[in-house]
Write a protein that binds this ligand. Structure first.
Ligand code: NAP
Length: 232
């Protein structure tokens, strides 16, 4: 572990992703500082004294590059030298506008002058409620690289607190499976439903998923966290 990183700011730290990162930092005896909307008016003050920060944008932020640019400016002003950016697997997909927002944000992170690492997580296993029938607005038979949030937390805590990850971009998945396979393992039914049309970016994502899924390799995560992903 880098001796200088004993306190880490987690932007978006009260959400489900942020909580997994904060828990994994605590497991390493590193102080996590979860930050939310109330901290944005003076973000530089909120991150002051941290050796690193993990930047998670809220879901479907209308302008993620602007959010990330503000975060990077605050880190720079406060002298926080190390940043981890929470991107997504396959950010460079023209058909998915919110992925492209992350691709543009990755570019800002790379050019920030900070010591950066980008994580590209697959779809969270925890997105699926397998306690009952699964309603899905896309094909249940396409492959996804699913990521367990505990594994994401471990990987993030590692790159934020250990040396050797500067300038790295890691695609992360715990396992590759179709939703039908996961549903069958859980003994629940999977039902194809129409797109509810809640957000145009989600509709674009469902259309892309329907045709291609979102496969992600699992070897990088296994190499990073040093054991079979998904096992504790
Ligand atoms: N779900 C997936 O499978 C998946 C896969 C890959 C990547 N991702 C990415 O993960 C991120 C979402 O993580 P999540 O689901 O953990 O989010 P979440 O649970 O919705 O958490 C939202 C967090 O962001 C903060 N926030 C909300 N609006 C904000 C604003 N306008 N300005 C500043 N902070 C704001 C909230 O602050 P308060 O504490 O004030 O409420 C909270 O801490 C997204 O970038 C998404 O693209 C998700």
């Amino acid at each position: 572990m880098s001796a200088s990183v004993q306190r880490v700011a987690v932007l978006g730290g009260h959400g489900k992703t942020g909580r997994a990162v904060c828990d994994a930092l605590a497991d390493r005896d590193v102080e996590a500082v979860p930050l939310g909307r109330a901290d944005w008016p003076d973000l530089a003050a909120a991150v002051d004294g941290c050796g690193a920060a993990y930047v998670i944008a809220p879901n479907l932020h209308p302008d993620e590059p602007a959010y990330v640019a503000s975060a990077l400016a605050a880190l720079t002003a406060a002298g926080v030298g190390r940043v981890g950016y929470h991107s997504v697997a396959s950010p460079y997909v023209p058909a998915m506008p919110h992925h492209l927002g992350k691709a543009a944000s990755e570019d800002l992170v790379r050019r920030s002058g900070l010591e950066w690492t980008t994580l590209q997580p697959g779809a969270y296993l925890q997105n699926l409620d397998l306690t009952g029938p699964v309603d899905l607005p896309y094909s249940p038979d396409v492959p996804f690289g699913f990521l367990d949030l505990d594994d994401l937390g471990r990987a993030a805590a590692l790159v934020l607190t250990e040396d050797g990850h500067a300038g790295a971009t890691y695609e992360l998945a715990t396992r590759v499976a179709t939703v039908r396979e996961l549903a069958e393992e859980a003994g629940v039914e999977v039902r194809r439903v129409p797109d509810p049309g809640t957000h145009p970016w989600l509709s674009a994502m469902f259309a892309y998923y329907d045709a291609h899924g979102l496969p992600v390799g699992t070897r990088v995560l296994a190499a990073l966290i040093g054991h079979t992903p998904g096992s504790s």
